[in-house]
Ligand binder design. Structure first.
Ligand code: PRP
Ligand code: URA
Length: 215
């Protein structure tokens, strides 16, 4: 098993703006409105890094001064797949960056006792095999939900899959990376561990509840 620190499939976004926003997101006194704004902003930063490999085509553009050599995207098609519910809080941030992306949904919740993922919904773009897939979910805890989502996507034919989370636990990273050799994970932080309720420590609490003001 590869050491997490050496695994090239893990990308930690250590940009100062991201780390500053993450601190406010974690704060127990941050309310739902601010929490939603921050989750959206962090998702955009992550999508920015997760699309760094996109290819460009050379072109020209007329500026008010002269013709300039320039670049456009080579036409990558993207699918954003939030894991419901909390993943919804990251969708708009990714759409801000990639307005033409399609959005599919995977509905999963963790059974409160077993912590195993329970699926209740799955609707994916029909051409998923031709798309760059960005799964979004703020929390990677045991890794059960993300692994199940990646499994559904692979079954549906997805080839290029990236998982964007805001906070990852080492336990969940290992589960996801061991289950799928080709997935890449983008996170703002790798936290310390999981507690006895499989919550991330220090984490930010329950992301879904904080986004939607439930609880
Ligand atoms: C949270 C989170 C992830 C999952 C992570 O969702 O948004 O989907 O837990 O935990 P895991 O890595 O141990 O599977 P939750 O099940 O609380 O559902 P919700 O988004 O509907 O609140
Ligand atoms: N889901 C959350 O929302 N938070 C955690 O810490 C773990 C799972």
């Amino acid at each position: 098993m590869q050491n997490l620190a050496d695994d090239p499939r893990i990308h930690v976004i250590d940009h100062p703006m991201v780390q500053h926003k993450l601190t406010i997101l974690r704060d127990k006194n941050t309310g739902s409105k601010k929490f939603r704004e921050l989750a959206r902003e962090l998702a955009m930063f992550e999508a920015y890094e997760a699309t760094r490999h996109f290819e460009l085509t050379e072109t020209t553009v007329e500026t008010p001064i002269c013709e300039a050599r320039s670049y456009t995207l080579k036409g990558k098609k993207v699918a954003i797949i939030p894991i419901l519910r909390a993943g919804l809080g990251m969708v708009e941030g990714v759409v801000d960056l990639i307005p033409a992306a399609r959005v599919g949904h995977i509905g999963l919740y963790r059974d409160p006792t077993t912590h195993q993922p329970v699926t209740y919904y799955c609707k994916l773009p029909s051409d998923i095999s031709e798309r760059e897939v960005l799964i979004v979910d703020p929390m990677l805890a045991t890794g059960g939900s993300a692994s199940a989502a990646i499994g559904y996507l692979r079954e549906a034919g997805a080839r290029s899959v990236r998982l964007l989370v805001i906070i990852a636990a080492p336990e969940g990273l290992r589960v996801v990376l061991d289950a799928d050799p080709d997935v890449e994970v983008f996170t703002c932080c790798i936290d310390d561990h999981l507690n006895e309720n499989a919550y991330i420590v220090p984490g930010l609490g329950d992301a879904g509840d904080r986004i939607f003001g439930t609880r």
